[in-house]
Design a protein around this ligand. Structure first.
Ligand code: HEM
Length: 538
């Protein structure tokens, strides 16, 4: 029998490790040891020195010292929300994915972000915005990792480190933070004219959204859908906000950056908290899956091109509602890990060379950012579909796997070989013929036209919107130190639109350039050159 003076300890004496653990009856160490004081370190007398034996002090400081994880290498600043996606069923003819069927309701987590700025940068900067959605479907997690601009700066992902190095702050001064107003950015985009289309959107009102709630979203790449009969189509994904598309004026954006750098984050949180749940319709543009993967002369594998909605209307396939704020920013918005390779049966990738680099990049970067290979076990990243993988051990392993034979087939744990019919309900890659060609480091000629779509974009804007674009180019280029870079960018603009170029040149106090002979000639695609109407977005 225990002597009367000894009190048995038990789980009830410690606070459970839940989200609210700091509200337990007692404060404890990480080991569950009950504490009576957390404000004074253990010292040899009130004036010290401090004693090394104070485990609570060492544990508390050690953990604090390691609270930060690396911020995302891009899209570091963002905010997320939970919601639900309900399929309309209208995609059934082209896609067999269960979550798109009529009335099927799927939990989602969305993270909006800027691209260039660091985690603590301001919200209303001129930048592209990320719009990443995680659908926790019954068939596995599907991630649609898009932006609020439908095209991208580069055609081949091998240039991604280069465009990001150019857009991030200068390596010597670490300025500017999240602005396009610097030499390296303009140096890069004037030397890589494939960036011109994205730059036009970037200088437009689209790059200063009023709110995350008033942004469109785009999957950018072309994806391949598969229906129940195994037939394939090529598609581009679009998010259309029920709130409409609204932007800030540049002057408003500047003021808000100073007054409330958390403007977009606060706006999203407050809207959801007050019950004004933002909604977006998911839509697709559908193209026939032809061997050349082009549509009306537009190369569908070139992520610097859109397909105008006059040529392929966006057809709604479901509704997204964001209705719940995260309760822990770090656990949800910070630890969420999206990946363009998270697909479900019915949705596959195409050979877009930008997309292929992304398929490598996201897993790779998350390995570092989230500290090892088990980040799929972090609560926000856990699939809602049953998981039966054979991934074992590793840093931050949370699972206690049973069984003795994590390989297949095995004769010990009932892990029998895959059987006939195993492909039913499984993700099966579309059996695409791979081009019978030699290895090359080059792009197809269909990637060469860098100016027709930027011109279409500019010429379809309203006069006020055009004026905003002209002022944006003038302001941002005006911040460059190198005159040669401004002149080179003016030569690019000369090939987009003569008036745009002339007005920006006048604003910069520079002569209107002769179009430089070394710049590639423009070969407009037939379908695009016929389009003179309004810009196709809502
Ligand atoms: C992060 C979109 C191109 C590498 C992100 C995020 C979005 C996004 C929305 C933020 C995800 C989040 O909220 O956690 C896009 C789009 C692209 C594109 C739409 C082009 C169409 C690329 C390319 C690469 C790349 C070409 C690399 C080759 C990354 C990396 C991250 C990231 C490393 C950080 C991921 C993390 O730390 O979790 N991208 N991206 N992206 N992207 Fe991209």
């Amino acid at each position: 029998d225990a002597p009367e003076t000894v009190t048995p300890t038990g789980a009830e004496t410690g606070a459970p490790k839940t989200a609210n653990s700091q509200q337990g009856a007692f404060l404890t160490t990480a080991q569950g040891l009950r504490l009576y004081d957390t404000d004074h370190s253990l010292k040899a007398g009130p004036r010290g020195p401090t004693l090394l034996q104070d485990h609570h002090l060492r544990e508390k400081i050690m953990h604090f010292d390691h609270e930060r994880i690396p911020e995302r290498v891009v899209h570091a600043r963002g905010a997320g929300a939970h919601g639900v996606f309900v399929g309309y069923g209208s995609a059934a003819s082209v896609c067999k994915a269960g979550f798109l069927r009529e009335g099927v309701s799927t939990p989602v987590f969305v993270r909006f972000s800027t691209v260039v700025g660091s985690r603590g940068s301001a919200d209303t900067v001129r930048d592209t915005r990320g719009f990443a959605t995680k659908f926790y479907t019954d068939e596995g997690t599907f991630d649609l990792v898009g932006n609020n601009i439908p095209v991208f700066f580069i055609q081949d992902g091998i240039k991604f480190p280069d465009i990001i190095h150019a857009a991030k702050p200068h390596p010597d001064r670490e300025i500017p933070q999240a602005q396009s107003a610097h030499d390296t950015f303009w140096d890069f985009v004037s030397l890589h004219t494939e960036a011109t289309h994205h730059v036009m959107w970037h200088m437009s009102d689209r790059a200063v959204p009023r709110s995350y709630r008033t942004m469109e979203g785009f999957g950018v790449h072309t994806f391949r859908l598969v229906n129940d009969a195994g037939e394939t189509s090529l598609v581009k994904f679009h998010w259309k906000p029920k709130q409409g598309v609204h932007s800030l004026l540049w002057e408003e954006a500047q003021l808000i950056n100073g007054i409330d750098p958390d403007f977009h984050r606060r706006d999203l949180y407050d809207a959801i908290e007050s019950g004004a749940f933002p909604q977006w319709e998911l839509g697709i543009q559908v193209f026939p899956d032809t061997p050349d993967q082009t549509f009306e002369g537009i190369d569908l594998l070139d992520s610097t091109k859109i397909v105008p909605e006059e040529l392929a209307p966006v057809q709604p396939i479901g509704l997204l509602t964001l209705n719940r704020n995260p309760t822990n920013f770090f656990a949800e918005s910070e630890q969420v890990a999206f990946h363009v390779g998270h697909l479900v049966p019915g949705i596959d990738v195409t050979d877009d060379p930008l997309l292929h680099a992304r398929l490598f990049s996201y897993l790779d970067t998350q390995l570092t950012r989230l500290g090892g290979p088990n980040f799929h076990q972090i609560p926000i990243n856990r699939p809602h579909a049953p998981v039966n993988d054979m991934l074992r051990d590793g840093f931050h392993q949370d699972a206690v796997h049973g069984g003795v034979a994590p390989y297949r087939p095995n004769s010990l744990d009932g892990g029998c070989p895959f059987h006939a019919g195993a492909a039913d309900g499984a993700f099966v890659e579309v059996p695409q013929r791979v081009a019978e060609s030699v290895k090359v480091r080059e792009s197809p000629a269909s990637f060469d036209d860098h100016f027709t779509q930027p011109r279409l974009f500019f010429q379809s804007l309203s006069p006020v919107e055009q004026e905003h674009v002209i002022r944006a180019f003038t302001f941002e280029l005006g911040k460059c130190y190198e005159q040669a870079i401004k002149e080179r960018e003016l030569r690019v603009l000369a090939q987009v639109d003569a008036r745009l170029c002339a007005e920006v040149a006048a604003g910069l106090g520079l002569p209107v350039p002769e179009v430089a002979a070394e710049l590639p000639a423009v070969t407009p695609s037939p379908a695009l050159s016929q389009l003179t109407g309004t810009w196709p977005v809502a």
